[in-house]
Design a protein around this ligand. Sequence first.
Ligand code: ARG
Length: 464
Amino acid sequence: MSDGKTLWHGRFASGPAEELMAYTASLPFDRRLWREDIACSKSHVRGLARVGIISNAECDTILSALEQVESEMAADAFVFVDSDEDIHTAVERRVTEIAGPAGAKLHTGRSRNDQSVTGLRLWCKRVVPEIIARVVSLQEALITRAKEAGAGDDAVYLPGYTHVQRAQPVLLAHHLLAHCWAFGRDIERLRDASRRLDVSPLGAGALAGSSLPLDPEFTAADLGFQRVFDNSLDVVSDRDFVAEILFALSLVAVHLSRMGEEWVLWTSDEFGFAVLDDAYATGSSMLPQKKNADIAELARGKTGRVVGSLTGLLVVLKGLPLSYNRDLQEDKEPLFDAVDQVSLALSALTGMIATARFAPDRMRAAADAPTMAATDLAEFLVQKGTPFREAHAIVGSLVRRSLAGEGSLAELVRAEPALGEEATALVAPGVGVRRRTTRGGAGPQPVAEQMARLEAAMKVWAQK
Ligand code: ARG
């Protein structure tokens, strides 16, 4: 059909308009499914031979043509022609050129409706584990940095924030590990989506199955799918798996974005908590002194389009009656873009975090501000029997008087009858963070215990 005819030319008196092809073709983006499309065709052909619809000789001829197409694709030597609407028609057209009459039997009992979604599911099965591996690498970088920051007596600590206001001191390891747990949940979500998408649609045909004695269970197993579809109408129109992956990726992107925002703050002169390695920072075209955290900013910025991809797909799906509608072709670009963007962001942030230099002195200085001890002073009073609300008011008024210039917080604490000399120790540098002793808390002992639990969880998350 290299004479410009489409696969569906029989029904039509004239050829397709140029604008029709330009508008409806999906080849520009679905050509990246070539491996999966060929795998799908190989299984389909083996299935046809198994039930006697084609002969073994025809099967071998088509299979070797498919092999040839595969090497042409791999070598980037495959020549596409104008009538190639999508990767499926391109491969079939070329197989027919190579295999002759046998090639014309390749599409027996199959539609692009079951074929394209089979390829897309196969692609997801291959790509999702690759994304998980990148998430694991980022977690490993965070864990390495957390271990360096330590959970012993000399551990690095910084202010923990609420409302971007200094709240209580936390170990740097605690802060870094907080992100690790979020990425662990992302991995679980991606795995869960992977399990559910592991269903072969091949054999559903255009929408209703076939009059030919096809064996969908055979092709499913041959392609390595765990399960086979139960309802042909459902499976040719189901894109839940794309939506689920897009949601899981959107949440990864949101996590990267939130972490990115922290790095933008941390690397500012105002915070000064970290300095990026030159290889992971950018300069300004005009301002010679600038060193910018563009990776972190783009992790924040590109999250918009990942979330947009999820939203876009859901809007495509919401009005579609059963079963296949051409709208469903709009499943691929958002998925591919989200996969590409999240993959790039994961790797770039991993490198940025692995190579950045922390500034423990700046962190400590910020975390040792005397007011950071306010909650500990209130809890000191609670342990002496003062109701918490009263203790809160006593300490709050000392903070207010100190800020008004009546004396340092330590001096006011010493002079306060309910607190006194013993309590002034709480205001001393480095004391507060060691008092965060409860499970899951920010001090050395619970963080060391947390690290052990995280490493056990990592064994599961990092499993291939
Ligand atoms: N390129 C199309 C897709 O990705 C293939 C299906 C076309 N099917 C059809 N009946 N026109 O969905």
